[in-house]
Design a protein around this ligand. Structure first.
Ligand code: DGL
Length: 262
């Protein structure tokens, strides 16, 4: 194993940074390539067929170019739709993102939980299967919110996120039958942990769970015993369409100091 071989993170936009952060905390020496399919953003509004064609092809190109030791699909939408195809197409380990319904089912006292994701994620049978397996005695309220995805992008680009916009985005979820009893919300889109303070203000008393820490542990397990560089190089971000220049400040906070176009 080449110590310089990076970990490759993939998302439609900045959401995967919420998976990158706990991974860097566990593996501070890991070289990082963060890839954002900004030309295809947002994924939540795309069809299954579009994503099943787009995601494996892009990851194939990225793996060819950057020779990562492992790829992380840091996107629930892409994982719930294309993980199997990506795994079949690549000869490196691929870690996906699974909605954290299991811990939510364990934590909920009211037995009413919410799954907040993209429109594409919350309509996947995979989500219903997880709910049936791990939260069978819970009322599970699923809500897809493209608005929150856009707000997370805006926040990281340095824009102010009005709390009333976050409140409006989660209002349909709270208005669903038994919505007022939700005590745990699964952040089933990697963009949403980037709005955790705003969501805490909009959903007071509701526990937020996401898969970031679990994915980081999985990556650490799969790379156990592998060599890392003595001093890791600065992280690289690769975009498929030019990002806003103002994003550089947020990227630097995640250890990414170089931006390229694919
Ligand atoms: N971050 C993504 C997810 O976890 C996708 C957001 C989008 O592009 O709609 O689902």
């Amino acid at each position: 194993m080449d110590p310089a071989a990076p970990l490759l993170f993939f998302d439609s936009g900045v959401g995967g940074l919420s998976v990158l952060a706990p991974t860097r905390a566990l593996l501070p020496k890991a070289p990082i390539v963060y890839a954002a399919d900004s030309a295809g953003f947002p994924y939540g509004g795309k069809s299954e067929a579009e994503l099943a064609a787009r995601v494996p092809a892009l990851l194939g190109r990225l793996v060819e170019r950057y020779r990562p030791r492992l790829a992380v699909i840091a996107c629930n939408t892409a994982s719930t739709i294309a993980l199997d195809q990506v795994r079949a197409a690549l000869d490196i380990p691929v870690v996906g993102t699974v909605p954290a319904i299991k811990p939510a089912g364990e934590l909920s006292k009211s037995r009413v939980i919410a799954v907040l994701g993209t429109e594409a994620t919350v309509r996947q049978p995979y989500v219903d299967d997880l709910a049936a397996r791990f939260a069978a005695d819970c009322t599970v309220i699923c809500h897809g919110s493209p608005e929150l995805v856009a707000l997370a992008e805006a926040k990281l680009a340095g824009d102010y996120v009005p709390l009333e916009d976050v409140r409006a985005a989660v209002a349909p979820m709270l208005a669903a039958p038994r919505g007022g009893e939700i005590d745990v919300v699964v952040l089933a889109c990697t963009h949403f942990p980037l709005l955790c303070e705003e969501l805490a203000a909009a959903l007071p008393g509701v526990v937020q769970v996401d898969g970031g820490a679990g994915i980081a542990r999985r990556i650490a397990y799969l790379t156990q015993g592998q060599p890392w560089p003595l001093a890791p190089p600065p992280g690289l971000a690769v975009f498929t369409a030019p990002p806003p220049a103002t994003l550089a400040v947020s990227l630097a906070q995640f250890g990414i100091n170089e931006v390229k176009l694919l």
